[in-house]
Design a protein around this ligand. Structure first.
Ligand code: 5GP
Length: 192
C-alpha cells in the first residue's frame, strides 16, 4: 500500500490539519472576505490545480453569508512551477488564463500555499497589469521558510511547517489530492 501512484494513505507520515480544522479555517476566511466585500461585486480567481477545493469551499462559504458580496464571479487560472517534483523549478509558467475581464473589478486570488512566493508574485503582477479596482490574495497555507519575494497575502489561513504537504487539493506527482486532510509524506515516498 506504499505505492505513490494509487495515492495510498500508507504513504502518509503525519496529519497536520484535520478536515474539521480546514473547514473552520475556511469559515474564518469567508467571514473576513464577506465583510470586506459587503455589497460589492467580487471576482474569485482560483489557481489550479492545488487550490481547486479551497476555492470552491471558500466561494460556497462566502455565498452562504447574506451580508457578503453583491455578486460572485468565479474562474480559474492554471500555473506550473513544480512539474511533478516536490521542489519548485523557480520558473512560473501560465498554463491557462482567465477568460474574465477584470479591469475595474474587485479581484481575489485564491492559492493553496505560498512557499518561496514566486507563483503568487507572478500572478499578482499579471493581474495588476490589467487594471482591477482592487487585487487581494487569500492563501490557505503559509510556509514562510524559503520566501524569495515579500509578496502581500491579505487573507492567511494556516501556518504550515517546513515540510512538503499533500491533501485537500495539494498533490505529489498528481496523487493525494483526494485526502480530506493535510499531511506530510513519509520521506521514502518522495523520490526527487
Ligand atoms: P511558491 O511559488 O510560493 O514556492 O509555491 C507555490 C506553489 O507551489 C503552490 O501553489 C503549490 O502548487 C506548490 N507548493 C509549494 N509548497 C508545496 C507543498 O508543500 N506541497 C504541495 N503539494 N505543493 C506545494
Amino acid at each position: 500500500m506504499d505505492d505513490v501512484s494509487d495515492g495510498s494513505r500508507g504513504a502518509i507520515e503525519t496529519q497536520l490539519f484535520s478536515a474539521e480544522e480546514i473547514a473552520a479555517t475556511i469559515e474564518r476566511l469567508a467571514a473576513a472576505i464577506a465583510a470586506d466585500y459587503r455589497g460589492k461585486p467580487l471576482v474569485i480567481l482560483g489557481v489550479l490545480k492545488g487550490a481547486l477545493f479551497i476555492t470552491i469551499d471558500l466561494a460556497r462559504a462566502i455565498a452562504r453569508r447574506e451580508d457578503g458580496p453583491s455578486e460572485l464571479l468565479m474562474d480559474f487560472l492554471c500555473v506550473s512551477s513544480y512539474g511533478n517534483r516536490s521542489r519548485s523549478s523557480g520558473e512560473v509558467r501560465l498554463l491557462k488564463d482567465t477568460s474574465l475581464l477584470i479591469a475595474g473589478r474587485h479581484v481575489l486570488l485564491v492559492e493553496d500555499i505560498v512557499d518561496n512566493g514566486l507563483t503568487l508574485d507572478y500572478l499578482r503582477r499579471l493581474l495588476a497589469a490589467r487594471g482591477p479596482a482592487s487585487l487581494r490574495a487569500c492563501v490557505l497555507l503559509d510556509k514562510p521558510y524559503r520566501r524569495m519575494v515579500d509578496v502581500p497575502v491579505e487573507y492567511r489561513g494556516l501556518h504550515c511547517p517546513d515540510a512538503f504537504v499533500v491533501g485537500y487539493g495539494l498533490d505529489y506527482q498528481e496523487g493525494f489530492r483526494n485526502l480530506p486532510y493535510l499531511a506530510t509524506l513519509r520521506p521514502t515516498v518522495i523520490t526527487d
